[in-house]
Design a protein around this ligand. Structure first.
Ligand SMILES: Cc1cc2nc3c(=O)[nH]c(=O)nc-3n(C[C@H](O)[C@H](O)[C@H](O)COP(=O)(O)OP(=O)(O)OC[C@H]3O[C@@H](n4cnc5c(N)ncnc54)[C@H](O)[C@@H]3O)c2cc1C
Ligand SMILES: NC(=O)c1ccc[n+]([C@@H]2O[C@H](COP(=O)([O-])OP(=O)(O)OC[C@H]3O[C@@H](n4cnc5c(N)ncnc54)[C@H](O)[C@@H]3O)[C@@H](O)[C@H]2O)c1
Length: 459
């Protein structure tokens, strides 16, 4: 069999698999090279095991409220080892499904580490392959902020593979990974402290969500060290000592480094095709995921655009439809809904209040309440919802929520935002009662009016 392909994809994660299958469906002869497990970060080290761990943690709240609903709960215990074994079995199942998907799509899977050796040439092990088009979809890996000793801390992957629940856990960084893991491990029983530089977690999210997430996590027993200047991390016995400027060293059994990720562009052989990296070691691409080198494309986290699985998939499919399907599909990630799987969870789509105010005057609608089940159990947990509406056109520019089921609710509302929904159309929509989501169509009185250009909260 000839070793020439219409497309060689390097990396079998979300982006690489989606692009390869779509290209093969258009009739291309495709080889996909993967050095590790098929499915990549999302399936093996990210979204999937993280969500399975989140489900485990959610039982804590269920147990805490069960008594109010008449249940007797006795001696509930979490065994991480049991969860690990079940999770590993599930990931093996998914791995097989991915292999079958590629096989039935007629994509040749090659196991090994790919190295680009020149224009249209790729080496994997002893095999020399050639291709007309090359797609780089090698994803990313954890990076460590320049804090002395932080490289000794655990990564998100280590925590997802941990067979124990640490008693005292520190999380350094308060982005997606920091907040999700802090919340999950707290629910599983760890005493969690989060250290970050900013005044609130989740920089870039709407300020009302950021403030309320801090409040909710503190109510749940986590300690948030906002405005922290981390100086060093050292090993101490079986644990760690974290030194924060102006504080005594603090001891932890586990420390999670959640200070960001970096694209996998090292040792790929990019210099052999004259491809130069952009800021943060990412591969620069245009709206068609094309690099400056003819015939060479890149999708997903390796391009460091917006690093979410559905975007890696959408970029990969748009590339394949354009290059092999005869279509013209530029891809720009606008109005992308996203979620943070904390407890309470966050769902958000469109512009934050501050960003929208830079475009014009706004009317803000809010609901802030204790949901029925929470109030019944006499708990203080709250749900918050917000509509950011353009005062001139009545168009809804941003929809934000923190509370149970926020990701599920916002996913549905993202369709209406994309379709250009107005506040009047929200008002005309009949509620489903009794639900939490109905509050989105029952907001009648503006919470406030925001003049154009006003910044309500430091960015
Ligand atoms: C802890 C965590 C939780 C996350 N949770 C979510 C979430 O809830 N929702 C969401 O949308 N996103 C989430 N993400 C982000 C999401 O996982 C990524 O955006 C997505 O996986 C990127 O896909 P990709 O195809 O670009 O790269 P990857 O999935 O990283 O795939 C790249 C593949 O390339 C392979 N590879 C690298 N170099 C080579 C080489 N030289 N030769 C052969 N193979 C190579 C790697 O082994 C890997 O399998 C999460 C990420 C993390 C880390
Ligand atoms: N639910 C989801 O969809 C989900 C979940 C996890 C990850 N992801 C994706 O993976 C990406 C990576 O996640 P992440 O949490 O690693 O990155 P992130 O960019 O979201 O957060 C990194 C955190 O590290 C902090 N930080 C950076 N440099 C620092 C320094 N020098 N000192 C102290 N703190 C520093 C940042 O301020 C921030 O709080 C996310 O951006 C997201 O795209 C998505």
């Amino acid at each position: 069999m000839s070793e020439h392909f219409d497309l060689i994809t390097i990396g079998g994660g979300s982006g690489g698999v989606a692009a390869s299958r779509r290209a093969a469906a258009h009739g291309a002869r495709v080889a996909l090279i993967e050095s590790d497990a098929l499915g990549g970060t999302c399936v093996h080290r990210g979204c999937v095991p993280k969500k399975l761990m989140m489900y485990a943690g959610q039982f804590r709240s269920a147990f805490d409220t069960a008594a109010a609903f008449g249940w007797t709960m006795e001696n509930e215990q979490f065994h991480m080892e049991t969860w690990q074994d079940a999770k590993n079995a599930e990931l093996e199942r998914l791995d097989k499904i991915y292999q079958q998907m590629l096989q039935s799509a007629n994509v040749e899977l090659i196991n090994g580490l790919a190295q680009i050796t020149g224009r249209g040439r790729v080496r994997v092990g002893a095999r020399e392959l050639s291709c007309t088009h090359l797609l780089i979809a090698t994803g990313g890996r954890p990076s460590a902020a320049p804090i002395a000793g932080l490289e000794h801390a655990a990564t998100s992957e280590d925590m997802l593979n941990s067979r124990t629940v640490p008693r005292r856990m520190a999380v350094v960084g308060a982005g997606y990974i920091g907040m999700e893991f802090a919340s999950i491990f707290s629910r599983l029983g760890s005493e969690v402290s989060v250290f970050f530089r900013d005044h609130s977690p989740l920089r870039g999210f709407d300020h009302d969500l950021r403030i309320r997430l801090s409040q909710a996590l503190e109510r749940a027993g986590l300690t948030l060290y906002a405005g922290s200047n981390m100086e060093s991390l050292t090993r101490s016995g079986n644990g760690y000592l974290l030194q924060v400027r102006g504080k005594e060293p603090m001891a932890f059994d586990a420390v999670l480094n959640a200070t960001g990720r970096i694209p996998n562009t090292e040792n790929l052989g990019l210099q052999s095709i004259g491809l130069e990296l952009g800021p943060g070691a990412a591969i620069p691409v245009n709206d068609y995921s094309a690099t400056v080198v003819p015939g060479v494309y890149a999708v997903g986290d390796v391009t460091n655009r917006k690093n979410l699985t559905p975007l890696a998939i959408a970029e990969g499919r748009a590339f394949a439809d354009t290059v092999f399907g005869g279509l013209d599909i530029p891809f720009q990630a606008t109005e992308v809904a996203t979620a943070v799987f904390t407890e309470p969870s966050i769902g958000t789509v469109g512009l934050t209040e501050n960003d929208a105010a830079q475009q014009g005057a706004l009317i803000i609608y809010e609901a802030d309440f204790r949901p029925m089940a929470t109030a019944f159990a006499q708990r203080s947990d709250r749900t918050y919802m917000k509509l950011v509406v353009d005062a001139a056109s009545d168009r809804v520019l941003g929809i934000h929520m923190i509370g149970n089921d926020a990701p599920e609710i916002i996913q549905s509302l993202a369709v209406s935002l994309r379709a250009g929904v107005t506040k009047r159309q929200f008002d005309q929509t009949i509620a489903i009662h009794p639900t939490t989501a109905e509050e989105f169509v029952l907001m009648r009185e503006p919470a406030r009016r925001v003049p154009a250009g006003k910044t309500t909260f430091p960015p």
